[in-house]
Design a protein around this ligand. Structure first.
Ligand code: SF4
Ligand code: SF4
Length: 714
């Protein structure tokens, strides 16, 4: 009988008493004894028991978190969720993109761990059944293939860990140690945990090699073991260290086995207390990630009893938000792309999340006590002066989603920032003074400038633009939006788009003075109540007319009307100006006669780009304009930097040396363009102002894509 069958008597048809005797009367190939079984059982139970105790605390907090995040987790979303989990979780999708070689090394370590998890099961079980092999992975063909795979991945993990250790010890990149000034606290950490974890993993891999190598010496007469050896060149090399000395190999195998298993148990117990908790939580976190449109903010229901006006205490955050706190790997990919961090504001997304996580962990004992006595937990706000998250941190965010795009475990920031802004505006009434004017303008004149609502259609004067009131049967309503209607520079973009529509014979009309703001600015600034008031008014206005299709030339209007208004009963077909014009140009409806002999770069707006995946459309149009010499800004498409106006920051003061628009203008100017093209009124304002400030306005123009097209038609 083969050793496995002997020790697994019950599996080969033996009785329970056969199994017991197999367990307690073991013979081992290297003198395994009852003492080993007893000791290992004690160590195993202590390790797993303490891990279960720690996990219970974390899970109780997680399941006590609120579920009112306005997300759809129903089974109909599971198809997308499973796809995301396969691509970004198991597939490690985001690690292939940037930050190499660290990304590829992480992939090697992750997949190595998946393959080696079978080895862990084997090594643990051998504490009771010394010759245990996972059925099918013995000395047969499958076992050989697995042995080879294991050897390859174990080697890859060792190489990966050595390179990662060198990054911590020698190269010390800012991304690991923290970006200044926002991550000053992170820089002060000892980072001992990172070294410890890497050394643990190295120890697990090396002890695995020594164990396998020693086993080749001690079990040289067992055909199954020797059959496997042929597939494990690296383990075989470790076997040569024993130079055929069976006694030394027996000791080596015992020592390596204990070392391997004890390190695994220590590692397991470090997980819930460290950033490596992500090993457990990252996959479920990806599964629970946003499947709604990426720029969509959930509707806050103020009609329920005790409505939530914002989130600022640990127990107000949602299940997914707590999962985010548990899942951060502290890799710093988010902070490395954050324009607020890059312009030396107090916000770095990683630091903010870690500060929130620390506050959550610090509150755990009190919270668990409250859960135990079924008491209502009351916690202090974590936002404010002297609190984990400063007000300025919350206001610094431009809600560009660059951090979310970069995060390998799909942690979400924008919703948290908006939740905390809602707390500041709607509960604490604490917000930057300049926002008083913005909110007042929205309330009284339905635009954030506070310009008289009578001016809303001033751009159309003398252009014979039809009004919906007189032309109710047009195909499209052109919803202009505040940026295109009130800003003098952007009025040129609006007039250009109208010119193209007329040239192509598109049936359209505008609301004129009757048009209202859609409230996007208020929502992004945390004034959800004002947003909802504006949204309800606009939906009611639009529903007075039998409108089916709405045209927009502003990504903020597009995201709000197309992705958020359905929650308020606004269900029209929203068409982007770029989408329509691209089709019209392709169909020859917009003949362009001139030659736009200029070098043009395109600045991606976050609302079209990262929010809605619209990247090709404006580029397609520009390439169709005769004479355009198009070039990409290095930081473009998914990696584009915000212009600085997003998240309502258009209406907030910015210190002179911290301006995001200056950073973005520098990136664009690297390509020495004649024109910086945009598709967003706010981007145009911000970049135009930066180009002026840099004194480049004589050489470089900032133009809406529609202006470029319109300049070439007669
Ligand atoms: S959304 Fe943009 S500004 Fe806000 S934290 Fe993320 S990267 Fe930074
Ligand atoms: S939030 Fe994501 S990207 Fe940022 S440090 Fe954590 S894991 Fe890395």
């Amino acid at each position: 009988m083969c050793p496995t069958s002997r020790y697994l008597g019950i599996a080969s048809g033996g009785s329970f008493s056969d199994w017991l005797s197999a367990v307690f009367l073991l013979e081992t190939s290297y003198e395994g004894d009852k003492m080993t079984i007893v000791l290992w059982s004690v160590v195993f139970l202590a390790g797993v028991g303490f891990f279960a105790y720690q996990m219970t605390g974390r899970l109780k907090i997680l399941f006590a978190a609120r579920r009112d995040d306005g997300r759809d987790y129903s089974p109909k979303t599971w198809g997308k969720r499973i796809k995301n989990t396969l691509v970004y979780g198991f597939g490690q999708g985001k690690f292939f993109r940037d930050e190499q070689p660290a990304g590829m090394l992480h992939i090697a370590v992750f997949w190595g761990f998946c393959v080696l998890s079978l080895q862990v099961i084997t090594m643990f079980t051998r504490g009771w059944f010394p010759s245990f092999v996972i059925p099918g992975l013995g000395g047969d063909a499958l076992g050989g293939a697995y042995a080879l795979l294991k050897d390859i991945f174990q080697t890859a993990v060792v190489v990966g860990i050595l390179v990662l250790l060198s990054r911590w010890w020698i190269f010390k990149p800012e991304r690991l140690f923290g970006f200044l000034p926002a991550e000053a606290r992170m820089r002060k950490h000892s980072h001992l945990e990172a070294y410890l974890i890497l050394l643990f993993i190295l120890g697990i891999m090396l002890s695995g090699f020594v164990y396998d190598g020693a086993r080749m010496v001690t079990m040289a007469s067992v055909p199954d073991v020797m059959a496997e050896s042929a597939w494990q060149p690296v383990s075989y090399w470790f076997s040569t260290l024993f130079a055929g000395n069976v006694e030394a190999a027996e000791w080596g195998a015992q020592a390596a086995w204990w070392m391997h298993n004890i390190i695994i148990l220590m590692f397991l117990n470090l997980l819930p207390r460290s950033k490596h908790f992500h090993i457990i939580t990252a996959i479920p976190n990806v599964f629970m990630g946003k499947v709604e449109a990426r720029g969509h903010l959930p509707k806050r229901d103020f009609t329920v009893e005790n409505p939530l006006f914002g989130r600022s205490t640990v127990n107000q955050f949602s299940f997914k938000q707590v999962m985010d706190m548990y899942s951060c790997t502290e890799c710093g990919r988010c902070a490395s792309v954050c324009p607020a961090t890059a312009t030396h504001k107090p916000l770095a997304p990683r630091q903010m999340l870690l500060d929130m996580r620390d506050a959550l962990y610090a509150s755990q004992p009190v919270w668990l006590q409250k859960i135990a006595v079924n008491g209502a937990p009351e916690f202090e706000t974590m936002v404010g002066e002297g609190k984990p998250v400063l007000d300025d941190v919350v206001w610094s965010c431009v809600q560009c989603r660059a951090c979310e795009e970069a995060c390998p475990v799909n942690i979400e920031y924008v919703d948290k920032i908006v939740d905390m802004r809602q707390h500041l505006v709607q509960e604490a009434s604490r917000f930057p003074a300049e926002l008083n004017r913005t909110f007042k303008g929205l309330e009284t004149q339905s635009n954030p400038w506070g310009i008289s609502r009578e001016e809303r259609d001033a751009w159309a004067e003398g252009l014979e633009i039809p009004r919906i009131q007189d032309n109710p049967n047009v195909e499209y309503l052109y919803y202009v939006g505040c940026g295109g209607a009130f800003d003098s520079n952007n009025r040129r973009s609006t007039q250009s788009f109208a010119k193209i529509l007329k040239k192509a014979g598109v049936s359209f009309a505008i609301l004129g003075k009757e048009e209202l703001c859609n409230g996007e600015t208020a929502r992004r600034l945390g004034n959800e109540y004002l947003f909802q008031t504006l949204a309800e008014a606009l939906v009611a206005l639009l529903n007075q007319y039998s409108i089916k299709k709405i045209l927009v030339n502003c990504p903020h209007c597009f995201n709000t009307l197309a992705k958020e208004y359905p929650d308020f009963g606004g269900k029209w077909e929203i068409t982007r100006a770029g989408d329509l014009v691209n089709q019209l140009v392709a169909r020859g409806k917009v003949p362009m006669e001139g030659k736009f002999d200029k070098k043009v770069v395109y600045h991606d707006s976050c609302n079209y780009g990262r929010f809605n995946g619209v990247y090709d459309e404006p580029r397609d149009i520009l390439q169709k304009v005769p004479g355009v010499r198009f070039e990409e800004i290095t930081q473009s498409r998914e990696k584009g930097t915000c212009c600085g106006a997003g998240g309502g920051r258009m209406w907030l003061e910015e210190a002179k040396d911290q301006r995001v628009n200056m950073l973005r203008a520098d990136q664009a100017l690297e390509k020495k363009p004649d024109v910086i093209a945009t598709s967003c009124p706010y981007c145009k304002i911000m970049l135009g102002s930066a180009i002026n400030e840099k004194g480049e306005n004589e050489k470089v123009q900032v133009m809406d894509v529609m202006e470029i097209v319109a300049s070439q038609i007669t």
